[in-house]
Design a protein around this ligand. Structure first.
Ligand SMILES: [Zn+2]
Length: 211
């Protein structure tokens, strides 16, 4: 074998190694405020999840979202007492009723609010900026899917919060009602752009000094 052949072979091997070892995406850390909704009068608003459950849930949520280089960082846990919803608001749809149950003073404007309750019609939903998930969620198992429904539902709703739409392929995160959790390149790009926007300082947040 000639010296030039050896050089070509070593160059090809080096190129293959570079292709395999693609740099991981820079991690975007998104703050989350978790509300464990509590109520003595409305059983369906009273989650029984604990601090340990939330740690486990977000461990799995972050495993799912690591494929997009996104890490959700829950603030210290809040037990949020659900507001009694007025008769007028009870007439509204479930999205609005749940939203009205979250006390405005507990709501974060700097983090994504994720509220756990006991019972909802769907497993969870994303509505007007906030995520709601029921702790009694159940899903259809698919091969290679996540081993627990609550983290998968949470990760799916956070996908909506980052601008993703449904894509009904059984093994992907944005399919409805399954345990799948894969994301395609386009979804990763969309979610990362939305996360980067969320992390930007809000317009008008800069203080202005008046002479
Ligand atoms: Zn959905």
């Amino acid at each position: 074998m000639q010296r030039t052949d050896l050089l070509i072979i070593s160059w090809l091997l080096a190129s293959a190694a570079t292709l395999q070892a693609t740099d991981p995406l820079p991690v975007l850390t998104v703050p989350v405020r978790v509300h464990l909704m509590q109520s003595v009068t409305q059983a369906r608003m009273n989650t029984t999840l604990t601090d340990t459950d939330v740690q486990r849930i977000f461990g799995k949520v972050n495993k799912v979202w690591s494929q997009a280089g996104i890490h959700f960082d829950p603030e210290p846990l809040l037990k949020t007492t659900a507001l009694e919803v007025s008769a007028n608001e009870k007439l509204k749809n479930e999205f609005e009723r749940l939203k009205a149950s979250l006390p405005p003073a507990s709501h974060s404007s700097k983090a994504i609010n994720v509220c756990y309750v006991k019972m909802l019609e769907p497993n969870g939903f994303y509505f007007a900026g906030d995520v709601f998930v029921k702790d009694t969620a159940s899903l259809k198992k698919v091969a290679g899917g996540l081993d627990e429904p609550i983290p998968r539902v949470t990760a799916h709703e956070l996908g909506h919060a980052l601008g993703l739409k449904h894509r009904q392929n059984v093994t992907n995160l944005m399919a409805s009602g399954t345990t799948g959790f894969s994301l395609n390149e386009e979804e990763i790009k969309t979610a990362r752009n939305a996360a980067a926007m969320l992390l930007q300082p809000k317009m008008g947040a800069k203080s202005v000094s008046v002479p």
